[in-house]
Design a protein around this ligand. Structure first.
Ligand code: FES
Ligand code: FES
Length: 162
C-alpha cells in the first residue's frame, strides 16, 4: 500500500507493507536512525517520535496509521544550525551517557514544553515516566529539561556540533 505523511517538514510517499511498523519505516525506509528500537514491547520508550506533536511509541504504531499526519523525529528537532533548547539543555546539564534513550527523551520533553512551558519537577518526571534510561538515574535528564524550560529560545550563535 502507498502511504504519504510529513516527516520533519517534508512530505514523503512510499510503498509499504500494511504490517510495517513506524519505527522500521523511519529507520530502514527513510534512513532516520536517530529513532532507536530498544524492546519492541512498548516498555522502554526509546522509539518515541512525535505524531501531530504528541509522543507516540513508534514500535507499536503502524506506518500506515500515520498516513496524512505529521511525524517529527530527533533529526527534525534542530532548526538548521540552531539547536532546539531541549538539545542544548541535554548538553548543558549532561543529560545523556550512552545516548540510547536520548532521542525519545528529547522528543517527549519537546512535547511537554510545547503544552506546558514551565513544568515543575513532578510534571517532568511524570512526562518521561514511560521511558527507561539505563545510565543517568534521570536526575540529569530532569535538569536538562528544566534548563530548556528556562531557556525557551536557543541562542542564535549556538551551532550543531560537527
Ligand atoms: S522500542 Fe518502543 S517502547 Fe521500546
Ligand atoms: S543515556 Fe544511556 S540509556 Fe539513557
Amino acid at each position: 500500500m502507498q502511504v504519504t505523511m510529513t516527516v520533519n517538514g517534508t512530505e514523503v510517499t512510499r510503498d509499504v507493507e500494511p504490517r510495517l511498523l513506524l519505527v522500521h519505516f523511519l529507520r530502514e525506509t527513510l534512513g532516520l536512525t536517530g529513532t532507536h528500537w530498544g524492546c519492541d514491547t512498548s516498555n522502554c520508550g526509546t522509539c518515541v517520535v512525535l505524531v501531530d506533536g504528541q509522543p507516540v511509541k513508534s514500535c507499536t504504531t503502524l506506518a500506515a496509521m500515520t498516513a496524512g499526519h505529521e511525524v517529527r523525529t530527533v533529526e527534525g528537532l534542530a532548526d538548521g544550525a540552531t539547536l532546539d533548547p531541549v538539545q542544548q539543555g541535554f548538553m548543558e546539564e549532561h543529560g545523556l551517557q550512552c545516548g540510547f534513550c536520548t532521542s525519545g527523551m528529547m522528543l517527549t520533553a519537546r512535547a511537554l514544553l510545547d503544552r506546558e512551558p514551565d513544568p515543575d519537577e513532578a510534571t517532568i518526571r511524570e512526562a518521561i515516566s514511560g521511558q527507561i534510561c539505563r545510565c543517568t538515574g534521570y536526575a540529569t535528564i530532569v535538569r536538562s529539561i528544566q534548563w530548556a524550560a528556562a531557556h525557551p529560545a536557543a541562542p542564535a550563535d549556538r551551532e550543531v556540533p560537527a
